[in-house]
Design a protein around this ligand. Structure first.
Ligand SMILES: NC(=O)c1ccc[n+]([C@@H]2O[C@H](COP(=O)([O-])OP(=O)(O)OC[C@H]3O[C@@H](n4cnc5c(N)ncnc54)[C@H](O)[C@@H]3O)[C@@H](O)[C@H]2O)c1
Length: 256
């Protein structure tokens, strides 16, 4: 069935779409009428992510965004099944290794940058030409999911922090390149969000998660949907004059 919301008729790709912020983003895009290609590592989790959604407007694709051809495969799927590409949310991410600098291995560093930064570069390289091929209104919208860790440092997470700073720099560079060609490119910088990734940091310790939330100005963790709301707003025409920004959605952390 054709969608009827503000994004009806548009096609999106969401990487890391089977969990957390990506999953909430898939659902919001779908509910606003978009057709969505949902990409994540595992086929069963991708399929679970689209359960209950309109089967005519969702496509689950098992893909590792670090694979050289992954971005092209995802774009081809969007174009072949839904006729084009209007929106890309480059969200797949990994925390990397939490350890002091001397204990970080080069392999960990490279693996973290491959998922968090290089995949955003290769993703946009495939996404931009498909958006340009659409030729005109409404143009394209790319949202790269960075982090407050792209705007400030966190001890013992050098690769994660470096990768997220890189995502913001990359976002700005590509935004400037395409500002007059109808493609907007923005980054969202979540604070602490209640997802499996954050739970991994605390080993699932609920008290530690609560304490993390209590330490933010707003006094709690974000829900994945509260981050998805900002991501999806940036994809809509309401954000038509917004490009090249790195938007904190962090309960006030960056104001401290
Ligand atoms: N949770 C937070 O507090 C927080 C804060 C700031 C930024 N972020 C960022 O938000 C994004 C989403 O994180 P989340 O918290 O929803 O985590 P999550 O673990 O719930 O989801 C991340 C998803 O990315 C997928 N993924 C990982 N590597 C992949 C790969 N190589 N190819 C394809 N998919 C891959 C995972 O399988 C998972 O489904 C990440 O970029 C993360 O860095 C999260």
């Amino acid at each position: 069935m054709a969608g009827t919301g503000a994004l009806a008729g548009r096609t999106a790709i969401v990487t890391g779409g089977a969990s957390g912020i990506g999953l909430a983003t898939v659902r919001r895009l779908h509910d606003l009428g978009a057709s969505v290609v949902v990409a994540d590592l595992d086929e069963a989790r991708c399929r679970a992510a689209i359960e209950g959604l309109d089967a005519d407007r969702v496509e689950a694709v098992a893909a590792d965004v670090t694979a050289p051809d992954a971005a092209a495969v995802l774009v081809a799927r969007a174009v072949d099944r839904f006729g084009g590409l209007d929106i890309a949310v480059n969200n797949a991410g990994t925390p990397g290794t939490y350890a002091a600098l001397p204990d970080q291995t080069l392999a960990d560093w490279q693996a973290t940058l491959a998922v968090n930064l290089t995949s955003v570069f290769t993703g946009m390289q495939a996404q931009v030409p498909a958006m340009l091929a659409g030729g005109g209104v409404p143009g394209g919208a790319i949202v790269n999911v960075a982090s407050d860790a792209g705007l400030m440092g966190f001890a013992r997470l050098p690769a994660y922090v470096a990768s997220k700073h890189g995502v913001i720099g990359l976002t700005k560079a590509v935004a400037l390149e395409y500002a007059r060609k109808g493609i907007r490119v923005n980054a969202v910088c979540p604070g602490s969000v209640r997802t499996p990734m954050l739970a991994g940091f605390t080993g699932g310790d609920e008290a530690a998660l609560e304490a993390m939330g209590a330490g933010t100005p707003i006094g709690r963790l974000a829900s994945p949907d509260e981050i998805a709301a900002a991501i999806v707003w940036l994809c809509t025409d309401d954000a038509v004059f917004v490009t090249g920004t790195a938007m904190p959605v962090d309960g006030g952390v960056m104001a401290t």
